[in-house]
Design a protein around this ligand. Structure first.
Ligand code: FRU
Length: 483
């Protein structure tokens, strides 16, 4: 519906205009993380490199800081540092996507860019329908909707969404996040020869022990890809109970690694491994770029987890995406590292020093700031070591456990914690701080903590505390941000 599409585009543009000054005046706005121009941003979508350019779309609700009938916003970049905010890619303008152009993916084929997404439809009583849809582009900025390409198979509720498409051998495959009629989370596979006609292959089943059955009531945003000698099934399950240090957020994101038999379809796999240990991380998506790198971007938010308590809501926007991370397989697990290109954002090194602290808290001259990259390499931690960020959050290590703490977003009197065990100890902390976004890469990417932080805007001090003796080297760069 071209007319409805135009109306929605104009309404979204008016909304951006209306709140532009307010959003821009927010001290928590970000310099090198993708945030919405106004309203709510959630999942990264359609992440792909096409004809040399990276395309990164995002779930966008322009009219509210809550969820609703989503659009696809669109960024492009050739180098992950210089970004262009393109025109809106897709609006919820048609009968099959009128309540949201939901999450999906992109592939390049015969010079054209293909976007797959879920059309979310609700009737007057709130009953849901889900359609898998396609839109195609010749120029990478104008997308022509092709309508519905796959309907709901038997055995599932209408929670059936987030198509991720890729090619394996001769065939195209699509994996969809689903809920079975008996309320179990599933990843459902389809196969195609031409990207338009899709054959339902069935749910990916698991190995006998460690079964993929009974692992949450819904799986969102699945992704299947090869990494090293492994097939990875990445998924965002909903409904896992907190278990020790695991599954501490409202919903999780992680992966099973193993071997996928596409015919059955069946995955021989190990146990579920959480991708991130921070407060805000969900719905990641990967792409294989033209250099053969597997790159992941996630949403720095969690559905239903105090989203309206983020202080940016007052300024008419909420949430952002993570930095792009290169994934590798180290023989046992996925390793995540910020892509190399991000070094282009660095100013000259502000400091490079070796430091020893014994039973003391110290500021290090020159260390601080709110748009900065910090790398710490540890030689020794005798007892306990902590980095305190802006009198707000703290990263502390003791007895093989790394903890990130911050005030509870709904009740600042309370402190919340997220933790992970580091069986080999703490060797390295690599931090990216961007006003109100924090990404902590631990032990060269073995673990990551992704979180929003909301210290007082003028607060710039980073302090180091040690019980017993700690020695480490520290390097810091001021970051210029995306251009
Ligand atoms: C995940 C998700 C997806 C859905 C989209 C809607 O955060 O719920 O399953 O497609 O967000 O915005």
């Amino acid at each position: 519906m071209a007319e409805r599409d135009q109306e929605l585009r104009q309404a979204a543009a008016a909304e951006i205009d209306k709140y532009k000054e307010e959003v821009e005046s927010d001290p928590y706005r970000l310099l090198f993380h993708h945030m919405p121009p106004v309203g709510l941003l959630n999942d990264p979508n359609g992440f792909v490199q096409w004809k040399g350019t990276y395309h990164l779309f995002y779930q966008w609700m322009p009219f509210d800081t809550g969820h609703g009938a989503k659009f696809w916003g669109h960024y492009t970049s050739k180098d992950f540092v210089n970004w262009v905010h393109e025109d809106i890619a897709l609006t919820p303008s048609d009968w099959y996507d009128k309540n949201g152009v939901y999450s999906g993916s992109a592939v390049s084929h015969n010079d054209r860019l293909y976007l797959f997404y879920t059309g979310n439809v609700k009737d007057e009583e709130g009953n849901r329908e889900a359609y898998q849809c396609l839109a195609v582009s010749d120029d990478g900025v104008n997308f022509e909707k092709q309508g519905v390409i796959a309907e709901l198979p038997e055995g599932y509720t209408a929670h059936f969404r987030d198509p991720k498409v890729w090619k394996n051998g001769e065939h195209w495959y699509m994996v969809i996040g689903a809920q079975s009629k008996d309320l179990q989370g599933k990843a459902v596979l389809f196969q195609s020869e031409n990207l338009y006609d899709w054959k339902h292959l069935g749910p990916v089943t698991g190995s006998l022990e460690n079964n993929l059955d009974e692992f949450g009531f819904m799986w969102e945003c699945p992704d299947i890809f090869e990494l090293g000698d492994q097939d990875i099934l990445m998924v965002s399950p909903q409904g896992l109970e907190e278990e020790g240090m695991n599954y501490a957020n409202t919903y999780q994101s992680g992966y099973f690694a193993g071997k996928l038999n596409y015919e059955k379809p069946k995955l021989e796999h190990g146990s579920f491994h959480e991708l991130d240990r921070g407060f805000e991380f969900y719905a990641p998506q990967t792409t294989l770029d033209e250099q053969g790198r597997r790159i992941l971007i996630g949403w720095m938010g969690v559905p239903d987890q105090y989203e309206q308590a983020h202080p940016t809501v007052e300024k008419q926007w909420v949430h952002c995406l993570t930095l792009p991370r290169e994934l590798t397989w180290n023989g046992e697990q996925i390793i995540q590292k910020p892509v190399n290109e991000l070094k282009e954002m660095r100013g000259p090194a502000l400091i490079h020093a070796s430091i020893t602290i014994e039973n003391d808290q110290k500021a290090v001259r020159g260390i601080g700031g709110r748009a900065t990259e910090l790398n710490l390499e540890f030689e020794q931690i005798e007892d306990q070591f902590a980095v305190e960020l802006f009198q707000y959050a703290a990263i502390s290590y003791k007895d093989g456990i790394l903890t990130l703490s911050r005030p509870h977003l709904e009740n600042r009197e309370k402190t919340e914690f997220r933790r992970v065990e580091l069986p080999q100890g703490l060797r390295n902390l690599h931090l990216f701080i961007d006003q109100s976004a924090l990404e902590i890469f631990v032990n060269n990417g073995e673990e990551v903590f992704t979180s929003r932080i909301f210290p007082q805007p003028e607060e710039e001090d980073i302090l180091f505390t040690s019980l017993g003796e700690s020695s480490f080297s520290i390097e810091q760069w001021k970051l210029s941000g995306f251009t």
